[in-house]
Write a protein that binds this ligand. Structure first.
Ligand code: KIV
Length: 258
């Protein structure tokens, strides 16, 4: 049975059809989310990358629902314009029932849509979410929640068989009602083929400029996490340096006052 197209899916299909490129950034707190929204970003993602860039965890695999709910609510309070998409963390969607229940919790915290990682292997979870009328964004290619199983962060789509698998995953997610699909660390030519074969926008990260949208972790964009910089992410500010400078100035001033 065909279900009604979610308004976010409809909106993003139309924007892609018009040839519009979309800029997507992550936010995890009120001030950042408000600044990004007011600066005109198209979609704000409360990504589970917050585990690494906010909580100092080695990867995203131990981020949980309570953490996502907490940050989703903060971002919701800030954002008036852009759609807010929130990640379902690892093991919060192991079954379709669990996926639906946790997607509903994120919507109650303020999400306009949820994102989860995987293609056809999670299609029942995706259907449970979309058939309940909840907005959903897919994520294929390199899947950070599976980094331990995968043995590290590896480029995807290098072999033709892998490329075909990614294409089939993308089409399956589109058929299941995805509003867009994140393509993470996929060989550029393959990301372009995927983008040309679906009507919904692809949101690339480390997958070349043939995608319909680009997403970055905001800490990488603004240079706020200097200890690790992904090679594809161009920093356009140096917030870390500014924090260090202001802090050192303050410390020196206070010490001089004695
Ligand atoms: O968690 C996240 O921030 C993400 C983006 C990198 C796409 O999933």
């Amino acid at each position: 049975m065909r279900h009604a197209v979610h308004p976010l899916t409809q909106q993003l299909i139309e924007r892609k059809a018009r040839g519009e490129k979309l800029a997507v950034l992550t936010a995890y707190d009120y001030p950042t989310a408000r600044l990004l929204d007011e600066a005109g970003v198209d979609i704000i993602l409360v990504g589970d990358s917050l585990g690494m860039v906010v909580l100092g965890l080695p990867d995203t695999t131990s981020v949980n629902m309570n953490t996502m709910l907490h940050h989703a609510a903060a971002v919701r309070r800030a954002v008036k314009r852009a759609p807010v998409v929130v990640d379902l963390p690892a093991h919060s969607y192991d079954t379709p029932e669990q996926a639906l229940k946790n997607a509903e919790r994120l919507v109650s915290a303020g999400a306009d849509a949820v994102k989860l990682e995987g293609g056809r292997v999670v299609i029942e979870q995706v259907r449970a979410i979309t058939q309940a009328g909840i907005g959903y964004i897919g994520h294929i290619g390199m899947l950070p929640q599976s980094v331990k199983l995968d043995g590290g962060y590896k480029k995807k789509g290098k072999m033709e068989a892998d490329a075909l698998c990614l294409l089939d995953d993308a089409r399956a997610l589109e058929d299941a009602g995805a509003a867009a699909i994140v393509l993470e660390s996929i060989v550029s030519e393959v990301a372009l083929r995927i983008s040309q074969s679906v009507k919904i926008p692809t949101i690339g990260i480390g997958s070349g400029d043939g995608c319909d949208a680009q997403v970055l972790v905001t800490h990488d964009l603004i240079g706020a996490f200097p200890w690790f910089k992904p090679p594809f992410a161009k920093s356009r500010a140096n917030v870390a340096q500014e924090i260090t400078r202001a802090t050192m100035e303050f410390v020196a001033d206070v010490k001089r006052e004695r």
